[in-house]
Write a protein that binds this ligand. Structure first.
Ligand code: SF4
Ligand code: SF4
Length: 71
């Protein structure tokens, strides 16, 4: 089980992580962050494989993958 954390306040809503996630579980939220962008978020964490493609793609280093999730 993995936990994907987004530093939402730094997300620019570019959608790169949405596009590259092989499991298609990242979406842009309906709300906007303090910068006025729709931040990326996960819609089904149970499907995440921890591949970290999203984290590597993000130009703003917004995404952190943590193994284990909530204990
Ligand atoms: S770690 Fe991989 S499967 Fe999980 S959200 Fe990121 S790109 Fe998708
Ligand atoms: S790649 Fe980074 S900046 Fe772009 S939407 Fe995803 S988390 Fe936000």
């Amino acid at each position: 089980m993995f936990q994907v954390n987004f530093l939402e306040q730094y997300c620019k809503g570019c959608g790169l992580c949405v596009h590259f996630c092989p499991k298609n579980i990242i979406v842009l939220a309906q709300y906007t962050n303090d910068q006025g962008y729709n931040p990326a978020t996960i819609n089904d964490m149970t499907k995440c494989t921890g591949c970290a493609l999203c984290a590597r793609m993000c130009p703003h280093v917004v995404i952190e993958i943590v193994e284990g999730g909530a204990a």
